[in-house]
Write a protein that binds this ligand. Structure first.
Ligand SMILES: NC(=O)c1ccc[n+]([C@@H]2O[C@H](COP(=O)([O-])OP(=O)(O)OC[C@H]3O[C@@H](n4cnc5c(N)ncnc54)[C@H](O)[C@@H]3O)[C@@H](O)[C@H]2O)c1
Length: 327
């Protein structure tokens, strides 16, 4: 079969990558989809293992810092497009090991940009975070795409730098490049180090639920499938050289989120008194107060819309983790 595109998806065995690659393989049999991942502690290959039976899916166990293996891969496959998600993604780890984040998130991205420049004729879609904009006070307007970058953690600084490199390669080499900046995702397949799976894990195991500081930090939570929808749309219809913000319009403080999950878990009879497990800890260093995203460029220009049933999606997410933590 002659495929229309040959797409490399990096970070395919991580949280968002695992959902995105499933979507691409199943919805686009006319595309040859190649997943790449270094299979760090954050990866779980079992989420995608069933994709092996699809003729348009291939997996490559490669680290994006390994220039030799990457070069051989591009030489062999001549990918038309790249969707780049591979990254070190946990802010706490970036505080203890900033250099690893600089290497993977900055140098790894530059390695891919260089190979894209040399071999590819299609599009490079770079997946980034709203954390590059820094934080907002409670009464400020949500970040739009023109908001100045002001990253506060080594993680967000490394992602901000990678965004700048993408923009610089667009200007300098006239390549087809787009970046997206998304708010916090939730849903199945997320590593238990992240807030929502951690809360569920603690409730199921009758352990203290640690909350940084006063718990009033606000995040905007987007269901992972909505993010995948947005990436699908931007990849196909986005304008080269542009950035697109992706958010859910769904702001909630950490403490209210914990209480909501406690209520749902109580209703599901998973714990008799989950709120008793809440325990405040010292605040995270450099903890951003509030993130909120203005996605109107994406909703107006490209017709994307996030789901508006947060409680139901959270409930489904809890069911998925309950099942997963059983094994
Ligand atoms: N999770 C969120 O809420 C969120 C929000 C906005 C943007 N993002 C961005 O989306 C992307 C994916 O995030 P995620 O939550 O799925 O992260 P994740 O940590 O769950 O997955 C990252 C994947 O990248 C792989 N990886 C790490 N280093 C690598 C390397 N050197 N070479 C090859 N593969 C490597 C890991 O093995 C893992 O499978 C990241 O770029 C992140 O910055 C995430």
């Amino acid at each position: 079969m002659i495929f229309e595109k040959k797409i490399l998806v990096t970070g395919e065995s991580g949280f968002i990558g695992s959902h995105l690659i499933r979507r691409l393989v199943k919805s686009y049999p006319n595309y040859d989809i190649h997943g790449l991942d270094a299979l760090t502690y954050a990866a779980n290959r079992s989420y995608n293992i069933d994709l092996e039976e699809h003729d348009n899916y291939h997996f490559h166990h490669i680290n994006i810092l390994d220039k030799k293996k990457l070069n051989d891969l591009f030489n062999k496959h001549q990918f038309s497009d790249i969707i780049h998600l591979a990254a070190e993604s946990h802010v706490d780890n970036s505080i203890s090991n900033p250099l690893l984040f600089a290497e993977t998130n900055i140098i790894g991205t530059i390695n891919l940009l260089n190979l894209f420049k040399e071999y590819s004729s299609g599009r490079f879609l770079h997946i980034s975070t709203d954390e590059v904009y820094g934080d907002l006070s409670f009464d400020e307007n949500p970040f739009d795409e023109k908001h100045a970058y002001s990253p506060n953690s080594p993680y967000s600084a490394s992602k901000a730098s990678s965004d700048h490199f993408v923009q610089a390669y667009y200007k300098t080499y006239d390549l087809d490049l787009i970046s997206t900046n998304c708010s916090n995702n939730f849903g199945p397949h997320q590593h238990v180090e992240k807030l929502i799976p951690k809360i569920i894990y603690c409730i199921l195991n009758d352990k203290k639920i640690p909350i940084y500081g006063d718990g009033k930090n606000i995040r905007d939570w987007l269901y992972v499938d909505d993010h995948v929808d947005a990436l699908d749309i931007v990849f196909h219809d986005g304008v080269s050289g542009q950035k697109y913000n992706i958010g859910a319009n769904n702001e909630i403080s950490n403490i209210d989120l914990v209480k909501l999950i406690c209520t749902i878990c109580y209703q599901k009879k998973l714990h008799n008194n989950p709120q008793d497990l809440i325990s405040f800890t010292n605040d995270r260093l450099g903890h951003d107060r509030r993130y909120a995203i203005n996605s109107s460029k994406l909703t107006k220009n490209l017709n994307w819309k996030p789901s508006d049933n947060f409680h139901l999606l959270l409930s489904h997410t809890i069911d998925w983790y309950v099942n997963m933590f059983k094994f």
